[in-house]
Design a protein around this ligand. Structure first.
Ligand code: XIL
Length: 397
């Protein structure tokens, strides 16, 4: 009898320990509903730098986004456009960039068609300018993107590589580029948009030349070049719970993780349009983050914008602000999410204007760099999260 009770108590301890170490944020251990140990477990997004807070918290209402984000150890970032009208030439652009954001990603200049514009050389100049600037201004850099179906140079598209040749070309490129910014670019979108809306593999040069395992080849090459970099799979429409696409990406990442492929995060691009109802609800976004977090992955919002069907009205600006609110409040409260980046600074420069005709104005600042209702919504979310964490601390949580 005594012996049986002893065995029972051992069992209870084992079950408790297993459940606890499987919680998001713990370093290892099996997750409750998974049969494998994820290769990486995140540092949870829960911190609060109290010493940075003013005595009078009402002052926060005037703080720029990056200062609020710093208090939370969170990254609020933006895509940087390297053009004659934007970075590094426009003083106003650079001023808002520096004031409001603590993370950056290159909108275009770290893609194949810039870095390998020529077959015979690498062009790191524009990317270097962004990385140097980020370091001078204390900003985290996300690298975007190493393997994608789009924005590849025509010399590459014109090749007819064998599988072996294509693997060699992809690995060489990834190792050279990740190696070039080793230790300086902390996070990479290694693979971009490999799954289509029906959950099938999207056609691309890499898919055609190499076959299904091109994805793991890409991740392994990136990891070899910089073992400390966080490596992401990045895609759009992943915010919609249990959609064919979300399911397919979930299954793909789960399989790759089980094989030991070094993947540390998933990027939800977050391109929304009010013509389709904007971003999903906070609850849906939270559930979508949860799903991937349970695999042991970070989840970041990497390219947020919310298009407005013309013409812009005060009412639509409010709806847009609500979409931003759903995204930021879900992201900020989630331990597995530590960054949200918007896909541009101001409505004067956005891909929406040249790629989504009939829609416009998707960002936080208007074309004259005035903050929009969406900006206020983001600021309110950051302040609410600071207050939430303060309260949790007071309650000893
Ligand atoms: C877009 C850029 O914003 C445009 O300037 C360019 O012409 C096309 O690409 N998903 C991505 C980004 O991962 O790289 C895309 O950026 C937007 C969609």
């Amino acid at each position: 009898m005594l012996r049986r009770r002893f065995l029972w108590s051992i069992l209870v301890v084992v079950i408790t320990v297993t459940l606890l170490t499987g919680m998001p944020g713990c370093r290892s251990g099996n997750l409750p509903d998974e049969s494998f140990t994820p290769p990486y477990s995140y540092v949870p997004n829960t911190g609060l730098q109290k010493d940075k807070l003013p005595e009078d918290l009402s002052e926060l209402a005037e703080w720029p986004l990056r200062d609020l984000a710093d208090v939370l150890n969170f990254h609020v970032g933006t895509a940087v456009a390297y053009t004659a009208q934007t970075f590094p030439n426009s003083e106003q652009y650079v001023e808002v960039l520096t004031r409001e954001f603590n993370a950056v990603v290159a909108e275009n200049v770290m893609k194949w068609d810039t870095i390998r514009r020529s077959e015979s050389s690498y062009n790191f100049g524009p990317g270097d300018a962004i990385v140097n600037f980020a370091e001078e201004n204390g900003m985290m850099v996300r690298g975007h993107t190493l393997a994608w179906h789009s924005q590849n140079p025509s010399w590459l598209m014109g090749k007819n590589y064998s599988r072996e040749e294509a693997i060699q070309v992809l690995e060489d490129y990834i190792k050279t580029v990740v190696g070039h910014w080793k230790g300086r670019i902390k996070e990479w979108d290694v693979v971009n948009e490999a799954i289509d809306d029906n959950g099938k593999r999207r056609d691309s040069i890499w898919q055609r030349w190499i076959g299904d395992d091109w994805i793991e080849i890409a991740f392994r090459a990136a990891h070899e070049a910089d073992p400390d970099a966080l490596l992401f799979y990045n895609d759009y429409n992943l915010e919609f719970l249990n959609s064919a696409k979300q399911n397919a990406v979930y299954d793909l990442l789960k399989k790759l993780l089980a094989k030991g492929v070094p993947i540390h995060g998933v990027g939800f691009q977050g391109h929304f349009g009010l013509e389709y109802g904007g971003a999903p609800s906070k609850a849906t976004i939270k559930a979508s983050i949860d799903r991937f977090a349970k695999l042991g992955l970070y989840v970041q919002f990497t390219e947020i914008d919310v298009r407005i069907p013309k013409d812009v009205t005060p009412q639509k600006l409010q709806e847009q602000a609500n979409s931003y609110r759903n995204i930021f409040s879900a992201a900020l409260e989630h331990p597995a999410c530590n960054a949200v980046l918007v896909w541009g600074i101001h409505d004067g420069h956005t891909w929406v204007d040249y790629l989504f005709p009939g829609t416009t104005a998707p960002l936080l600042f208007d074309a004259e760099f005035n903050p929009k209702p969406a900006y206020d919504a983001v600021r309110e979310c950051l302040i609410a999260e600071i207050e939430r964490r303060l309260k949790a601390e007071e309650n000893g949580q």
